[in-house]
Design a protein around this ligand. Structure first.
Ligand code: F6R
Length: 369
C-alpha cells in the first residue's frame, strides 16, 4: 500500500501534485470565476463579515498564517490567526459578523473542535477546511470546504498541508469575488496560476536529489534555523516543525526581520540556516532586505541554504547551497517553497535512522485537549 515507496511520507510527498489538482477540481469555472457551491454559508453573510478568525494547530496553523496574508491582501477584511489551544481561553471578541475558519486535516483535533464550539456559542459562523469526510469538525461547522488530499497516513503532514493552502487561497479568492474587492487582472492571473500549481509542484519534486544529498550531509548538525519573510515566514516555521518532529533536532523558524532583535546571537560558524527568499518581483523591497539578512548571517559563518525563485541571481553569491523553485505569484509561493523543506526533513530523519512515518511521542490525530 506504500505504492513502491519505503515510507508513506515519501509516497504522500510524491502525491502532492495530484492532491493539489484534486482540491482545485471543479472549483475554478471556465470563465475564471470560482464556484464553491458546497459552502452553505450564504453570500450575504460572507459579504457582511467584518472579521475573519482562523483557528488551527501545528501544520494547519501554518496554513492559516499564510491564509491571513492572502485574505487581507485580496479582500481587505481584517484577519486574525491563532493556535486553537489558546483561542477560547482568552475570551476572544466574536459576533455574528465574524467568520471563523477552522483548519484540520483529521477533523478530530480536540483543540480546534473546542475553539470552533466556543466561536459558534458566541454567534460566529464557522467554515471548516478539512480532509476527512464526515469527521467531527465539519459536522459541527456551518459549512465545510473539503481538501481532497486522500488519506494521509504518515504522522507528519505534507500533502494535507498543500491542499489546506489551496483551500485557503480558494476561500480568500471567493471572498474577494463575492465582495467585489480587488477583482480584476491581478486576481484573474492568480486564479490561472493556481490552476498551474500541480505542474509546478511536480517540477519541484523532479529536482530534489541535491536537497536529499544536502540533508544527508547534515545528519550530525545540532540545530537548523529557518528564516523567511511575508508568506515565507510561516513556511520557515513549517520547515522547522517538520525537522523537529521527524529528526528530533532543534530547529526554529523566524521572521528574518527579527534576526537582529535576538536570534542572530545563535549564529555560529557552520550552523545551517535555511532561508526562504520572497520573489524579487512584486514586493521587491522584501527581497532586498532578505538578501542583506543572508549576507549578515553568512558573515558570521552560517552555512546558508537558500530557497529562491528561478532567475533570482542576487542571492547566488551568498548561498552555500541554492535550491531553485519556479516563479509564482508572491502569495502562492508557499505551494512550491515548502516542498524542499518536507523532502529535507524526511531525508535527514531517515539518514539518522528514524522511522519517519511514526515519529516518537506523536499521534496522527490529537483527540485530547
Ligand atoms: C505536523 C502535524 C500536526 C498537525 C496538527 C493538526 O506535521 O501533522 O502539527 O498539523 O496536529 O492536525 P489536524 O490538521 O488533523 O487538525
Amino acid at each position: 500500500e506504500k505504492g513502491g515507496y519505503d515510507y508513506f511520507m515519501l509516497k504522500e510527498i510524491a502525491e502532492q501534485p495530484k492532491a493539489v489538482a484534486d482540491t482545485l477540481l471543479g472549483r475554478i469555472g471556465t470563465d475564471g470565476r470560482l464556484t464553491l457551491d458546497e459552502l452553505r454559508i450564504p453570500d450575504s453573510v460572507l459579504r457582511e463579515a467584518d472579521k475573519v478568525v482562523i483557528v488551527a494547530c501545528g501544520t494547519a496553523f501554518h496554513a492559516g498564517m499564510i491564509a491571513k496574508y492572502a485574505i487581507e491582501h485580496w479582500t481587505r477584511i481584517p484577519c486574525e490567526v491563532e493556535v486553537a489551544s489558546e483561542f477560547r481561553y482568552r475570551d476572544p471578541i466574536l459576533d455574528g459578523r465574524t467568520l471563523v475558519i477552522a483548519i484540520s486535516q483529521s477533523g478530530e483535533t480536540m483543540d480546534t473542535l473546542m475553539a470552533l464550539r466556543h466561536a459558534r456559542e458566541q454567534g460566529a459562523k464557522v467554515l471548516a477546511i478539512c480532509n476527512t469526510n464526515g469527521s467531527t469538525i465539519p459536522r459541527e461547522s456551518d459549512a465545510v470546504l473539503y481538501t481532497h488530499a486522500g488519506p494521509e497516513v504518515a504522522v507528519a503532514s505534507t500533502k494535507a498541508f498543500l491542499t489546506q493552502l489551496v483551500a485557503c487561497y480558494l476561500v480568500a479568492l471567493y471572498l474577494g469575488q463575492v465582495r467585489g474587492t480587488k477583482w480584476g487582472d491581478e486576481i484573474s492571473a492568480v486564479i490561472r496560476e493556481l490552476g498551474d500549481a500541480p505542474r509546478q509542484v511536480e517540477q519541484v519534486l523532479q529536482t530534489m536529489e541535491p536537497v536529499r544529498e544536502l540533508a544527508r550531509s547534515l545528519a550530525d548538525a545540532r540545530s537548523v534555523l529557518f528564516l523567511g519573510r511575508h508568506v515565507g515566514f510561516p513556511v520557515a516555521m513549517e520547515g522547522a516543525l517538520k525537522l523537529k518532529e521527524l529528526a528530533y533536532m532543534h530547529a526554529e523558524g523566524f521572521a528574518a526581520g527579527e534576526l537582529k532583535h535576538g536570534p542572530i546571537a545563535l549564529i555560529e560558524p557552520g550552523l545551517p540556516v535555511v532561508v526562504v527568499v520572497p520573489s524579487p518581483r512584486g514586493r521587491s523591497i522584501l527581497h532586498d532586505k532578505i538578501v542583506s539578512n543572508i549576507q549578515e548571517i553568512r558573515a558570521r559563518g552560517a552555512r546558508t541554504i537558500v530557497i529562491a525563485e528561478e532567475g533570482d541571481e542576487a542571492v547566488a553569491p551568498y548561498a552555500d547551497h541554492l535550491i531553485r523553485i519556479p516563479v509564482t505569484p508572491v502569495l502562492l509561493q508557499p505551494l512550491v517553497s515548502v516542498v524542499p523543506l518536507q523532502v529535507f526533513a524526511c531525508e535527514l530523519a531517515t539518514a539518522k535512522g528514524h522511522e519517519v512515518d511514526q515519529p516518537r511521542n506523536l499521534a496522527k490525530s490529537v483527540t485530547v485537549e
